[in-house]
Design a protein around this ligand. Structure first.
Ligand code: FEO
Ligand code: CA
Ligand code: CA
Length: 647
C-alpha cells in the first residue's frame, strides 16, 4: 500500500489554514513565478471545489507523475497505464433511479429517456453525501449531457421524424443528478435514490440577474422574461463554494432556425441562421423558429445554477455571468471571499471569441447554503480579457456606460451588455482567442490554465493573424496558456501570462505543427482541463472524427487524456479512448484514489457536426463499452494497488 497522509482543510476558514509538509512540498514544485503570497488557503478551497465544513485532502510525497505513458491508439477500447483499471459507472440509457433500462435497439420512448442518462456526457462534479463530508465513498454526481446523436438515439435514426422523437432528443439533453456509492473498490449508482433527477431542454427554470425581465428575453410564452424552458448543449461546468453545480450552455443557437431574408444582428452575432445543426426540433416545437420567436435564443447561452441536494428546486440562469457559447466556469475565491469565475466562449463556427471573468460584488457566506448566497451570482461585474504581446494582460470591465458600452455603440443598459456579451467584447477590443475551452485554477498558486482548442482559420486571408497569445497560424492542434493575476488576487484587473504548451506531433514534417511538449508526447486539441488535489494538470483532447482521418493525425490517434506537471511542463499520456470518442471531465476523490472520467460520443462518424451514426449499422465505428451500440459513459479509474491516481 502507498503510504498516505491526510490533511483536513477547513473551508470555512480560507485564511490561516495549516499547511502540511506535503502541501509545502507541492508548493516547492512550483516555478519561481509561482510564489505564494498568503493565498494558499483560498486556493485550496478553489480546487477542492466541494461544499462543507471539512474536506479531506491527500498529497503525495512521491513525484507528481509516476506512471508509464500509454502509446497512441486507434483501438476501440480504453487504454490505461500498467497497474490501472476502470469500471463503467453510468452510460447513456442507464436508469437514474429505478426506471426503465435501455433497450438494445434504442426503441425506448421519450418518457423512458426522461429518467435515463442522456447522451454525450460532458462536464461533471461529484458532491459529497452527506453534504460537507470528505468525498470518498458516497456522493451525488451532477453531469451534463451535451448533445445527441439522433442516428443512435432512435431505432431507425432520423429516417422518420415526429413530435415523440423531438421529445426524446430533448430529454436526452440537459443534466442528470445521480446518487453514487463505493463498496470496496467499486462505485455504483444507488437505485432508487430520492436525489435522482433529470433536467432537460424543457425543464422550467428562472432567469435572474440584470438581464432577467428585460424586453429582449420576453416571449409570447413568458411575457415576464423571468421563466425559461430548458437548457441544452451543456458543455463544461463549475461549482460554487456553497455546494451547487453550474452547468454552462455552449452551442445553443444551432438548435434554432431563422429563414427570414434578414437575420437580426443579435441573432447573427450569435450564429442563428437558416439552418440548424440538424436537430430538427423546430419542426415540432415552434419555440425553435427564431423568426417566429426572435427573443427565444436570448434566453439561452447562460450559466445555470442547480442545487444537487434539492431535487425540487428550479434551476436558475445567472445572467450576470454573460451570454455566450459558455464552455465552463472555473472558480477562484478572493481573499475577501468574493467569488470569481473564469469563462471561455467556444464557438467553433466563429472561432475567434473571447475569455471572460465574473467577479461578484458581494462575498459568499461561508457555511451558508443556496439561499444564504442567492445574490452572489446576480450582483457583480463581467470582464473580457486582453492579452498584450509583452506578456501582460488586462481585464476590461463590461459595465454599461464604461469602456464605450454606451447608447452610441448600441448598448442601452447592463441587460443589453450581458445579452450581447460578444458585442461588448467586440466594442472593448478584447483579444479574440483560438476557441477557449476549459480553464483550471491551480489550487496553490491561483494560476489559471486555459485550453485553446484549435483554430484552423487563424491567419487565413481576411482573418486575424497570429498574436503572442495565439501564436500559430492554421492552429489545428491547439495550445494551453496560463495567467497569474496581479497581487495573486483573482479580482485584479491586470495579469501576466505565458504559453504553457503548444500541442502537436513531434514527428510532423511541418516544424510549426510539432508543438513543444516536454516528453515528446503527441496530442491535439486540448479541451478538458482539470487540476486534481495533488496538483496534476489533466488535459483531455477533442479532435474531431473528421480530423482524425487525415494525415496530420497519423501519429496522434484517438482522443486521449494526458497528465502534466505544471511546474516542469512534463506531459505523459494517461488514457486513450475508443473510436470516435472525446474525453471530457475529470474528478478525483478526496482521498486521491478514484478518478471519474467521461468517454463522450464513442462511435462518432465523419459527417459534419453533429456527427450522426448510421442507424443501419450503429456499431460501424465503435461498440464501446459493451459490444452493442456505442454509448457515452462515466468510467471510474483506480490504481490496482490502491495507490494515488497519477503515481
Ligand atoms: Fe462543448 Fe467547446 O466543447
Ligand atoms: Ca469542451
Ligand atoms: Ca468538445
Amino acid at each position: 500500500m502507498v503510504k498516505r497522509q491526510k490533511t483536513y482543510v477547513n473551508v470555512n476558514e480560507p485564511r490561516g489554514i495549516q499547511v502540511s509538509p506535503l502541501e509545502a512540498l507541492a508548493v516547492k514544485h512550483l516555478s519561481r513565478r509561482q510564489v505564494l503570497k498568503g493565498a494558499l488557503g483560498a486556493g485550496i478551497v478553489t480546487f477542492l471545489g466541494g461544499p462543507g465544513r471539512f474536506v479531506s485532502q491527500v498529497l503525495a510525497a512521491s513525484p507528481l507523475l509516476g506512471f508509464t505513458s500509454v502509446p497512441v491508439s486507434k483501438d476501440d477500447a480504453v487504454h490505461l497505464p500498467p497497474g490501472y483499471a476502470y469500471d463503467v459507472l453510468f452510460a447513456w440509457g442507464d436508469p437514474i433511479s429505478d426506471g426503465p433500462e435501455l433497450k438494445a435497439d434504442a426503441s425506448n420512448s421519450a418518457a423512458d429517456q426522461a429518467v435515463q442518462a442522456g447522451m454525450a456526457h460532458d462536464g461533471m462534479h461529484l458532491f459529497p453525501l452527506p453534504k460537507g463530508a470528505p468525498l470518498t465513498d458516497r456522493g451525488l454526481l451532477a453531469i451534463n449531457f451535451e448533445y445527441t446523436d439522433d442516428g443512435l438515439l432512435h431505432a431507425d435514426g432520423m429516417k422518420t421524424w415526429s413530435a415523440e422523437k423531438v421529445q426524446k432528443s430533448k430529454n436526452a439533453h440537459g443534466i442528470g443528478v445521480i446518487e453514487v456509492r463505493r463498496k470496496g473498490e467499486k462505485w455504483s449508482v444507488v437505485r432508487p435514490s430520492r436525489y435522482a433527477r433529470r433536467i432537460t431542454a424543457d425543464t422550467p427554470m428562472f432567469l435572474s440577474g440584470p438581464a432577467a425581465g428585460h424586453p429582449l428575453v420576453r416571449t409570447a410564452l413568458d411575457p415576464t422574461g423571468r421563466m425559461a424552458l430548458g437548457t441544452w448543449n451543456n458543455c463544461a461546468h463549475g461549482v460554487t463554494p456553497w455546494g451547487t453545480y453550474l452547468t454552462c450552455e455552449e452551442n445553443v443557437t444551432p438548435y434554432f432556425i431563422n429563414k427570414s431574408e434578414k437575420i437580426p444582428p443579435l441573432q447573427d452575432r450569435y450564429g442563428v441562421d437558416a439552418k440548424t445543426w440538424g436537430f430538427r426540433w423546430h419542426e415540432f416545437d415552434p419555440r425553435f423558429d427564431a423568426a417566429l420567436h426572435p427573443n427565444e435564443p436570448n434566453r439561452h447561452g447562460w450559466v445555470v445554477e442547480i442545487d444537487p441536494y434539492e431535487p425540487t428546486r428550479a434551476p436558475i440562469k445567472r445572467t450576470a455571468l454573460g451570454r455566450m457559447a459558455h464552455e465552463g466556469a472555473a472558480l477562484a475565491i478572493a481573499p475577501d471571499r468574493r467569488v470569481v469565475y473564469y469563462m471561455g466562449d467556444d464557438d467553433f463556427r466563429t472561432k475567434f471569441e473571447y475569455i471572460y471573468k465574473y467577479v461578484s460584488d458581494i462575498p459568499y457566506i461561508p457555511g451558508g447554503d443556496f439561499d444564504a448566497n442567492r445574490h452572489v451570482l446576480d450582483v457583480g461585474k463581467l470582464y473580457a480579457a486582453k492579452f498584450n504581446d509583452n506578456g501582460t494582460g488586462e481585464w476590461i470591465e463590461l459595465t454599461y456606460g464604461k469602456n464605450g458600452l454606451t447608447p452610441a455603440n448600441g448598448f442601452n443598459s447592463q441587460a443589453e451588455v450581458l445579452i450581447n456579451s460578444r458585442g461588448a467584447g467586440d466594442t472593448v477590443k478584447a483579444t479574440p482567442c483560438d476557441r477557449p475551452e476549459w480553464f483550471a485554477v491551480h489550487p496553490a498558486t491561483q494560476e489559471v490554465y486555459a485550453a485553446l482548442s484549435n483554430n484552423s482559420d487563424r491567419g487565413k486571408p481576411g482573418k486575424r493573424g497570429p498574436d503572442a497569445a495565439n501564436p500559430r497560424a492554421s492552429n489545428i492542434f491547439g495550445h494551453v496558456i496560463r495567467w497569474r493575476e496581479a497581487n495573486n488576487d483573482p479580482t485584479s484587473t491586470r495579469f501576466e501570462w505565458d504559453v504553457f504548451l503548444l500541442a502537436g506531433d513531434p514527428q510532423h514534417s511541418d516544424p510549426d505543427k510539432r508543438g513543444n511538449v516536454k516528453g515528446g508526447v503527441a496530442f491535439a486539441c486540448p479541451d478538458g482541463l482539470v487540476i486534481d488535489p495533488r496538483g496534476v494538470l489533466w488535459i483531455q483532447t477533442d479532435s474531431s472524427a473528421a480530423s482524425m482521418g487525415t494525415k496530420d493525425w497519423v501519429n496522434i490517434g484517438n482522443n486521449q487524456m494526458l497528465a502534466a506537471d505544471p511546474s516542469t511542463g512534463e506531459v505523459r499520456r494517461f488514457l486513450t479512448g475508443p473510436n470516435g470518442c472525446e474525453i471530457t471531465a475529470a474528478f478525483v476523490t478526496s482521498d486521491g484514489r478514484h478518478l471519474f472520467v467521461n468517454i463522450q460520443h464513442p462511435g462518432e462518424g465523419v459527417q459534419p457536426h453533429p456527427a450522426r451514426n448510421d442507424p443501419a449499422n450503429p456499431t460501424g465505428v465503435s461498440s464501446w463499452p459493451d459490444g452493442g451500440r456505442p454509448r457515452s459513459a462515466t468510467i471510474v479509474i483506480r490504481k490496482k494497488d490502491g495507490g494515488l491516481i497519477g503515481t
